[in-house]
Design a binder for this molecule. Structure first.
Ligand SMILES: Cc1ncc(COP(=O)(O)O)c(C=O)c1O
Length: 381
């Protein structure tokens, strides 16, 4: 089975370990084990908890404790509506693999995580792209979604909050998406891996699993909870859908690591403290980035409402890939080129990392933009 290169992953694999200042990272600054234990008051008891654990496959669908804690992130989900997976990447792959057959109509927003259009395309689905446009604040155009949602559409894949734009669909907006999907008989897969990072309120936007009878939410510990190293995600969905997923999951997952399950449960048990840390980082850092964009004549954007990333439009005669490679070579700062996510003309910045790295990276970018701008001016004069 052929599948397109995963643009962002290839970019990361090639450059992530060669940069000095990583502004391509999409996780809220990752926690060390020591930090997680300190935040959750477990430093002195963790060995007592771990040593007696017999390392079997464990509970196949995730421990009852963890599934209960995950269900608690939603309004209407019970532990039986949750299955644990290898990251949100495993969750998304399982949903696509379970639902999509050759010839099925699948609608995916773009830009988004590439899984949502390249996997169904590789299965021979009829993939329709719903382009998110800057003039709509990078929100889906609902009239266009309605037009694309022919009766019998199998799946609509959305991503909320959105990577890379940071746009956010609120409850009322999601209800309209659900209404369109219902009329077409379509499932809605909403990749909610950044849920909990909204700039306002408690940080949590509504979840499609709570709003729509054919709504499937995927999530994970990686971004909002700063624990990508656990490789732990989940699907929250109606039980009949999970039953169908479990048939596929038996072939490629069995269970997740008992240790990852245990640490994820510790984190969710103490999520208030982790979320407070995450929101302090995402909100404080977005203010830094906002001030920088304001004073940078060659950069413009749609300011994110949520998430950890923003798309920057730049005014220089360079492809996004050339921009990023030259920036990396000259300054050590790593961004992600828009071309890696089918958004040429843009750059993606991840702003939820260490504020000192963000500040220094932005300062170096300012110098780079001034130099490149002057060179472009000389060239055109
Ligand atoms: C929108 C989106 N979905 C899924 C993933 C995969 O996340 P995980 O680490 O949980 O597998 C990512 C990672 O960048 C993402 O941005």
């Amino acid at each position: 089975m052929k599948i397109r290169d995963f643009g962002v992953e290839m970019w990361m694999n090639a450059y992530e370990n060669h940069c000095e200042l990583n502004l391509a990272e999409t996780c809220v600054q990752s926690l060390t084990v020591a930090e997680l234990l300190a935040l959750s008051g477990k430093t002195n008891v963790i060995l007592e908890e771990l040593l007696p654990l017999k390392l079997t496959y464990g509970a196949i669908e995730g421990s009852p404790r963890l599934r209960g804690l995950i269900a608690g992130l939603y309004d209407k989900q019970a532990p039986e509506n949750v299955v644990v997976t290898h990251g949100a990447i495993g969750a998304n792959a399982l949903v696509h693999e379970t639902l999509v057959e050759p010839g099925d109509r699948v609608i995916s927003v773009l830009p988004t995580y590439q899984q949502h259009y390249s996997i169904p395309e590789s299965y021979g689905a009829d993939v329709q792209i719903l382009k998110l446009r800057a003039e709509n604040g990078f929100l889906p155009d609902l009239a266009e979604l309605r037009r694309l949602s022919l009766p019998g559409t199998k799946l609509i894949a959305i991503n909320n909050p959105n990577n890379p734009t940071g746009s956010l669909m609120d409850r009322a907006f999601l209800e309209q998406v659900a209404e369109i999907a219902r009329a077409a008989g379509a499932w809605v897969l909403c990749d909610e891996v950044y849920r909990g990072t909204d700039q306002d309120g408690d940080g949590f936007t509504a979840s499609i699993a709570d709003l729509y009878e054919k709504g499937i939410s995927t999530g994970s510990m990686s971004k909002t909870y700063s624990l990508a190293g656990l490789r732990l995600g989940w699907i929250a969905a109606p039980k009949d859908l999970l039953h169908a997923v479990s048939i596929h999951r038996d072939y490629n997952t069995i269970s997740v690591s008992m240790l990852d399950d245990h640490f994820a449960a510790i984190a969710l048990d103490h999520r208030a403290r982790i979320l407070a840390r995450s929101q302090a980082l995402t909100r404080g850092n977005l203010a830094i980035l906002d001030a920088w964009v304001e004073q940078e004549p060659r950069i413009s954007w749609v300011k994110p409402q949520s998430g950890t990333t923003a798309l920057l439009k730049y005014d220089l005669p360079l492809s996004s890939r050339d921009f990023c490679i030259r920036l990396l070579e000259k300054t050590g700062v790593m961004l992600t080129p828009g071309s890696a996510m089918d958004m040429e003309g843009y750059l993606r910045i991840g702003y939820a990392n260490d504020p000192a790295i963000l500040r220094e990276g932005l300062a170096r970018m300012s110098k780079f933009l001034a130099e490149e701008g002057a060179a472009a001016h000389r060239h055109s004069a």
